[in-house]
Ligand binder design. Structure first.
Ligand code: NAP
Ligand code: GFB
Length: 326
């Protein structure tokens, strides 16, 4: 880290600061950037212990410490449907503060480019499908995660305002549901994929019945964290628009929760039937997103097949169970 600080002062290297660098997406970018090992890019990965970005002073201090030329802004209060239903207001207020502090500090520090991370759950709930980038503000988001959604929608507004008044090159990406190594595998607080993979692990190793929450009928698009890392890095290097871009698998690759439950069952070689607890909420029924804009830029990008990504993530959890977030 010290070497990076010194180099920033005297060289033309890009110094790329990743907020939320200890999480699912941050760790995937770390892996890809280490494999690429480009000589003109220095990557710094922050965790919340380095700075609580809800605090303006801590945010300013960490920016001054590293003097990034570029920022990938991932840090956020993140969680699955059932956590959103419990603490919707925290999702709104924490994320509004984090985003305001990060973008304000980036403007103050003259950061050349910022890529912030949104989510396809921010789109209107009552809509036509597939959803595209132009539809963000066309109606209220789903009730279950309205706090998080409005906080994230404001990034789009802020990016535009910072560009209009100050000429800042602040943009954003909109990924679908993400999964992969280093996820939060908490059954109570996490997203569906890490939740089901953890439950698959518990069924295999502790004989606890493999139970899916809800009916299994809602549909989702899933992107593997390593694929998303590559696309975010492309966005940082090549994408020049201020308006957001959806980073998603094709709409034909949308699957039901039941289908992913069966793939998880297969990964752990479970024999018993999957149980469904239909007393639990299904949340949003679907949020099918279009990747047409992405395909215009990168027509040949190959996404990791879902079965392969699930197996790799399940194997990662088996190998790292003691230290994994859960
Ligand atoms: P994650 O694994 O939960 O990681 C969250 C990251 O944010 C961690 O590095 C965490 O630090 C950091 N963080 C949280 N609160 C912070 C605070 N107050 N100050 C500083 N850092 C803080 O999340 P992820 O899944 O990688 O998500 C990355 C981005 O993608 C987020 O913006 C999220 O909204 C978006 N996204 C996620 C999904 C998904 O399915 N996971 C889907 C669409 C969009 P610690 O590790 O120290 O806690
Ligand atoms: O990933 P998830 O929690 O959030 O998925 P969303 C919720 C869907 O998976 C619901 C079903 O249909 C649940 O009934 N499900 C089945 C489970 N079993 C489980 C389980 O064990 N855990 C969980 N969590 N769900 C999120 C937003 O929406 O999308 C976030 O709330 C975020 O803000 C994320 O943006 C990408 O896909 O519904």
């Amino acid at each position: 880290m010290n070497g990076i600080k010194e180099m920033n002062g005297i060289s033309k290297h890009k110094v790329i600061l990743v907020t939320g660098g200890s999480g699912l997406v941050g760790q995937a970018i770390k892996k890809v950037s280490e494999e690429e090992n480009l000589p003109d890019e220095k990557w710094i990965f922050l965790a919340s212990k380095d700075a609580d970005l809800r605090d303006p002073e801590e945010t300013r201090a960490i920016m001054k410490e590293y003097k990034p030329t570029h920022v990938v802004h991932l840090a956020a209060m993140v969680g699955g449907l059932y956590k959103h239903l419990r603490v919707n207001c925290d999702f709104l207020t924490f994320n509004v503060r984090i985003n305001d502090n990060v973008l304000d500090s980036c403007k103050e520090m003259g950061v050349k480019k910022v890529v912030s991370c949104l989510s396809t759950c921010i789109f209107p709930d009552k809509t036509t499908y597939p959803i595209d980038e132009t539809m963000i503000h066309n109606g209220p988001p789903h009730d279950s995660n309205f706090g998080y959604s409005y906080a994230k929608r404001m990034i789009v507004v802020m990016n535009r305002a910072y560009n209009m008044q100050y000429g800042c090159q602040f943009t954003s990406v909109i990924p679908t549901n993400i999964y992969g190594p280093y996820d939060n595998f908490s059954v109570e607080d996490g997203h569906v994929m890490p939740g089901l993979i953890h439950k698959g692990y518990l069924a295999k190793h502790k004989n606890i019945p493999f139970t899916v929450c809800g009916t299994g009928t809602p549909r989702r698009q899933f992107i593997y964290s390593i694929d998303l890392a590559k696309l975010i890095m492309w966005t940082l290097r090549e994408y020049d628009e201020i308006d957001p871009i959806i980073l998603s698998v094709d709409k034909e690759d949308e699957v039901s929760i039941q289908e992913i439950a069966e793939m998880v069952k297969e990964s752990f070689d479970l024999k018993d039937e999957v149980q469904y607890d239909s007393s639990k909420s299904d949340g949003q029924i679907k949020k099918t997103a279009s990747n047409d804009k992405l395909r215009k830029y990168l027509p040949d990008f190959k996404f990791t097949p879902l079965r392969k990504g699930i197996k790799e993530t399940a194997d990662w959890l088996e190998a790292n169970y003691e230290t994994a977030r859960k």
